[in-house]
Design a protein around this ligand. Sequence first.
Ligand SMILES: C[S@@+](CC[C@H](N)C(=O)[O-])C[C@H]1O[C@@H](n2cnc3c(N)ncnc32)[C@H](O)[C@@H]1O
Length: 276
Amino acid sequence: MSRTYVHGYREREHERLHDQAGTLVEILHGDTNYAPGSQVLEAGCGVGAQTMTLARRSPGAFFTSVDISPDSLAAAKAASEAAGLLNVRFEQADVFNLPFAEESFDHIFICFLLEHLPSPVAALAMLIRLLKTGGTVTAIEGDHGSTYFHPDSDPAHQAIKCQIELQRLGGGNALIGRQLYPLMVEAGLHPVRVSPRTVYVDGSRPDLIDGFTRKTFTAMIQGVREPAIKAGLIEPEAFDAGIRGLERTAEPDGVFCYTFFKGVGTKANAPASAHG
Ligand SMILES: C[S@@+](CC[C@H](N)C(=O)[O-])C[C@H]1O[C@@H](n2cnc3c(N)ncnc32)[C@H](O)[C@@H]1O
C-alpha cells in the first residue's frame, strides 16, 4: 500500500497516538486478554501505542507487531525497549503481503487500521488466512459520525467533516466503526460480536478532557488544517472557528462524546454463512 496515511507520521502525531492509547486503556482493552503461550499478530501497530498495553496485560502471550511505516516501527521498538517488554517483536510489512505462514497465529489484533484501507474486507480475509481455526480477530475502530458535544458548534462539525472527507479521498473511511459487524461477517468470521465503547467527557473528568477531548480528538482534527485548506474543503477562518468550537467543549461546563466500536470474531471450522 503506498497510500498516504491521512494523519501523517510527524512527531506530534506519534505523541497523539500514545496519548489516545493511554487515555483509552480501560475503555478499549479492559476485556482484551490473551492466554499464556498464545501467538498474537498485531497488524498496523504504528508507534506501538496499543502494543504496550497488549504486551503488559497479557505477559505470557507473544506479540508479533507489524506496520508498513519504518519510522513508526522505529518509534514502536524504542518505546517497547524503554518499557522493558520481552514478549514483542516488530517487523515491517504490508498487511496485504505478510511474510507469515497460513494458520500460524492464535489471535489477531487490529486497531485503527481498517479505517485507512480502501478494501478492509480483503485485508481481514488476508489476516484470517494466518489465523488458526478457532482463533479470534479483534478489531477496534472509531467513527467520527458518532461525535457530539456541548455547546454544539456548526463550525466544529464542518472541521470534523474535513477530516472525514480527506480520509475518504485517501481511500479510507472515518465512519467505519458502524460497519464493523457487516465487514467482519463478510470476511468470513463467525460468530462476530461488536460492542460500542463510548467515551463520555464532562467537567468532572479533567483526565479525559486533557487526554481525549484536547490531545486526542481536537489534536487529530487540528492536524488536517493545512491539507483541508489546500484541498479547498474549507476556508482558514472557518476551520479555526471549528477548532475553537472543539476547544470550547473542553471548558468545565462543556461535554464531549465519541464512540469506538470493538469487534471480536472467530475463525470457525466451516466457512461461515454470509448472515451468520
Ligand atoms: C491510526 S494508526 C494506528 C496505529 C496503532 N494501531 C494505534 O492504535 O495506535 C494506523 C497505522 O496503520 C498503518 N498502515 C496503514 N496501511 C497499512 C498497511 N497496508 N499495512 C500495514 N500497516 C499499515 C499506518 O502506517 C499506521 O501506523
